[in-house]
Write a protein that binds this ligand. Sequence first.
Ligand SMILES: C[S@@+](CC[C@H](N)C(=O)[O-])C[C@H]1O[C@@H](n2cnc3c(N)ncnc32)[C@H](O)[C@@H]1O
Length: 313
Amino acid sequence: MLSSFFELRLGDCLAGMQALAPESVDVVVTSPPYNLGIRYARFDDTASREDYLAWSLRWAAEIRRVLKPHGSFFLNVGAAPANPLLPHQLALRFSELFVLQNTFHWIKSITVETKGGEPISAGHFKPLNSPRYVTDCHEYVFHFTQTGDVPLDRLAIGVPYADKSNIARWGHTGGRDRRCRGNAWFVPYQTIKSREKDRPHPATFPVELASLCLRLHGVGEGSFVMDPFNGIGHAALAAAECGVGRFLGFDIDAGYLREAQTRLAAKGIEAACPTPLPAVEGTAVRASQRGRPRKQAGAGAKKAAPPAEPPGP
Ligand SMILES: C[S@@+](CC[C@H](N)C(=O)[O-])C[C@H]1O[C@@H](n2cnc3c(N)ncnc32)[C@H](O)[C@@H]1O
């Protein structure tokens, strides 16, 4: 018998969050639309920059209201070569409401050289054919809190020392082979055969990314986790993996919520939907267009297919 309560609500997260009690949520892990022209099934991702920032500040203020004083708000946001300032503009606006406690770099693909000079590449590298921009291999995860001093469980996502002599050298290890992971997180996408079948959404983050956030904050059966921009439920799946007791996700798209429900069911979680999810005619057709920015937003535009070089700023 599961003691968890997972809920997926169809509708606008702003209105949905307004109905929640203040200071009730422990952790928010989310990735909003980036306003980079991604082809969502039911969301127009092409507002003016000012309208987008004003809208973002409204939903962020609701997150601030419902977050517990020692809660954490993890915001995943990426850029595009022609829109490099977007994540920073958002972070600056949100600093009116929160303290930026940590900044993480979600590394999607990387090449490092071994000591012998041999290059090793990992992750999926999406080439960009441009004389002026380089391929965008990362996104941000901004960690906002109300006070800037929320204690974290750093070693919950810690890694073993490469040089084991450090275990004895540093007193703070207590003899344990575990050090802080740092703020560069290499989390590649899983390889899929068919986007429509295996990941039917144009802009997801990996479950592992959300899981790192949740484990770093520290969650369990007594925790309430929320994702206002649920998509196909990768934060919900991470919450399930981490043994979270209560999860609430919002999305305006019934098709994405259905997919989230199916994925949770495969993990043994029966997610409640207070409003029955209507049949979504034509989602499969729209899905075939997903992953392409509406406008030429630029490569690295979040999780989009590699486009031609975007127009310059
Ligand atoms: C970047 S995606 C989130 C994907 C999610 N992290 C995942 O891995 O599946 C943003 C989502 O926000 C949804 N959305 C857009 N406007 C919304 C609103 N006002 N309220 C709730 N959801 C909204 C879109 O339908 C889209 O699924």
